[in-house]
Design a protein around this ligand. Sequence first.
Ligand code: ATP
Ligand code: MG
Ligand code: MG
Ligand code: MG
Length: 469
Amino acid sequence: MYSTNDIRSAFLDYFASQGHEKVPSAPLVPYNDPSLMFVNAGMVPFKNVFTGLENPPAPRATTSQKCVRAGGKHNDLDNVGYTARHLTFFEMLGNFSFGDYFKEQAISHAWHVVTKEFGLDPSRLLVTIYHTDDEAFDLWRKIAGLPEDRIIRIATKDNFWVMGSDGPCGPCSEIFWDYGPDVAGGPPGSPEEDGDRFVEIWNLVFMQHLQANDEIVSDLPHPSIDTGMGLERIASVLQGRQNVFDIDTFRNLISASEDLTATRAEGEQRASHQVIADHLRSTSFLITDGVLPSNEGRGYVLRRIMRRAMRHAHLLGAKDPLMHRLVPALITEMGQAYPDLTRAQPLIQEVLEREETRFRQTLEKGLRLLDEETRGMADGSALPGETAFKLYDTYGFPYDLTVDALRERGLDVDREGFDAAMAQQKAAARAAWKGSGAAADSEVWFDIADREGATEFTGYSATAGDGHV
Ligand code: ATP
Ligand code: MG
Ligand code: MG
Ligand code: MG
């Protein structure tokens, strides 16, 4: 059986044998894009190469890039633990051509990797293309011999990648695995596509045009290739699992949390174990890359993820801080591929333990308030925004933690009311400052805080810069 570590190596080795330079994963905090919260796709570290600002490391490259999608445009946080295929932290395997090969070779490589290197049954693969991309249609017919009904034309933005309103852009093609008729869900583009039967494993981007002000203005003289395959998703397929949380890496992490909490990842407790395992990875890798919990910006996204996991640890009955005790299992799984993670182990454990100790002081009281406030609420109704704000302000409950806690009870939160309570508190702080007799120009700090987007909330409201597709 292919272990997740073997799959990563097999992918990188194949592309290295095809003239691609193996480039190590860049850190999760993007060095080249302050507008982006975290690296969320393999192409992000190469953005300046694709726009021509930087020279490529080689004409062709291959990477396994650490990605976090918990904020900004690609925010998968709310899904995690509850779908079979979304993680906040995952690795994206990719091959890149910087003005070297293009569509035909990209499709050939991808088809070769999935059917020959990985040996997947071609009759269970299907692809999508951008609806006008006849060239891709013909290539999939010719190279893969796919029947016409398994090359699905999609007209939405899902299959047209842009870097921003200005820059390179082009059509995409996504490769899907069919888990078979026993699993609910329909093919991409159909009304049932949200099910788990057809899972996207690989996304190929054909950068062939240049955009200015959201309009295609020319064709690139040297078109490029950017691809991204989710390591955990391909591992699920190769290990015959339908859920990413059932692959080797996650099984080992989950069995550690089962042991430490004396519970099983079954029934209602399954989601909690999944959330904990996923969030353990994202928080540990973020701390390794220099992010620390705080009340704003990236640090607040980290805090939100940590606290979300910590509530689930509490749900499983953990009486003491749990997360830091799971770090050794993570190091066993991933330390070899990521030596920085091993080096950061003491720091990760200390930060997790301190945060959990601190949060546990208010967690229980906050949950009690939540219980009282929701008693008797009708299914589908919304918790008043002021209550959600009180949980945030007094008990340290990030907004999405409250949403997550209510989800089990079939309740919602009044988001507008929450935002209004937040705005009111800010206005009050400002007024108090004014009345305090402090120098008038100190107010500039409030203006900056407002303009810079009260960074504690950018995690879920702002559209951070774009990454991949
Ligand atoms: P989906 O439509 O399933 O949300 P996507 O189109 O948003 O995926 P891409 O941006 O194309 O994903 O990323 C490239 C690949 O990375 C995907 O084909 C998938 O295999 C993987 N991937 C994307 N998001 C996640 C996630 N949250 N967890 C695990 N793997 C992911
Ligand atoms: Mg997505
Ligand atoms: Mg998709
Ligand atoms: Mg995609």
